[in-house]
Design a protein around this ligand. Structure first.
Ligand code: R5P
Length: 291
């Protein structure tokens, strides 16, 4: 009998393969076909009975499609095992964990219910946007951090008097942890976002970054608005180079281009979302949380 079997959804094949390798577990790929109307058809082979099944599927865009695929795979896997670990490295909808404006639906709570009803017995995330999102689950959850892995990457780069920057107060603890691992200091900028238009503004006044290499760290880079505004602000303060790093590089539309245009030297993300910037592998962190 094998202890674990790893089943990969279409959004996380490479990451799932790496996790399976680390756990020395059989790897099964869910075959996915998208019909012309957008529906997914999923097929996967027989799973050894009595093994715990690890389903790996990130829910980056197309978010709803990837989410429904995750639910379908979890539900099918549950027929072969009573122990289903749902690994959702990037959890879409985690930013909709509470009401910001009256009338808003808290979609994260619906998503949590669906994952549970599908048959997951434990869910593992990587740097989920907020701990509030975890409270919507009635099953076991674990949130692992990619910050130490990102720090290991930056330790290998020769930086001039580095300073870590959080683009907003919500990311302050993240920046503090990252800076601690790099043995350096950090600052937090003040960002405001118009809840209706989504536009961001940096409201900080002067910061002392003259001649220093800066690492702007966020959990998610989506449109790039936050890191672009932060970079433009920091460049005006005569810093040296600006690096941007994040756990989840969504980079919707031309986000990457906009970030580069703002003067960012390098963008580094993890492989929770496979992108050209995914230089940091978090399969080890995930595998460790399972063993
Ligand atoms: C917001 O609270 C998050 O931590 C990120 O700062 C945000 O999701 C980034 O979005 P964008 O790249 O669209 O500014």
């Amino acid at each position: 009998m094998v202890k674990f079997v790893v089943v990969a959804g279409s959004a996380s094949k490479d990451l799932a393969k790496r996790i399976a390798r680390r756990l020395k577990a059989p790897y099964i790929e869910a075959q996915t076909k998208i019909f012309p109307d957008g529906e997914s058809k999923i097929t996967f082979g027989r799973v050894p009975k009595k093994s715990a099944i690890i389903v790996v599927q990130s829910t980056y865009p197309p978010v709803d499609t990837n989410l429904l695929q995750a639910l379908s795979i979890i539900s099918e896997a549950r027929k072969s095992s009573s122990k289903i670990y749902a690994i959702i490295p990037y959890m879409g909808y985690a930013r909709q964990d509470k009401q910001f404006l009256s009338g808003e639906v808290i979609t994260m709570s619906i998503v949590a219910k669906m994952i549970q009803v599908a048959g997951a017995t434990k869910v593992i995330f990587v740097d989920i946007h907020s701990k509030t999102a975890l409270n919507h689950f009635k099953i076991r959850t674990e949130n692992v951090s990619a910050i130490p892995e990102l720090a290991k990457y930056f330790k290998k780069i020769k930086l001039k008097n580095p300073l870590v920057v959080s683009p907003d107060t919500g990311g302050s603890l993240r920046a503090k942890k990252f800076a601690g691992l790099l043995n350096t200091d950090f600052i937090t900028l003040k960002k405001s976002r118009n809840r209706k238009t989504g536009k961001v503004q940096i409201q900080s006044s002067k910061v002392d970054v003259n001649g220093r290499d800066l690492i702007v760290i966020d959990d998610i880079v989506s449109t790039g608005g936050s890191v672009v505004k932060a970079t433009q602000f920091l460049k005006r303060q005569k810093c040296k180079r600006v690096f941007v790093t994040c756990t989840h590089g969504l980079f919707v539309g031309d986000a990457e281009k906009k970030i580069k245009k703002a003067g960012v030297s390098q963008i580094i993300s993890t492989n929770t979302i496979p992108r050209s910037t995914s230089k940091v592998d978090i399969s080890g962190v995930i595998a460790k949380s399972i063993q």
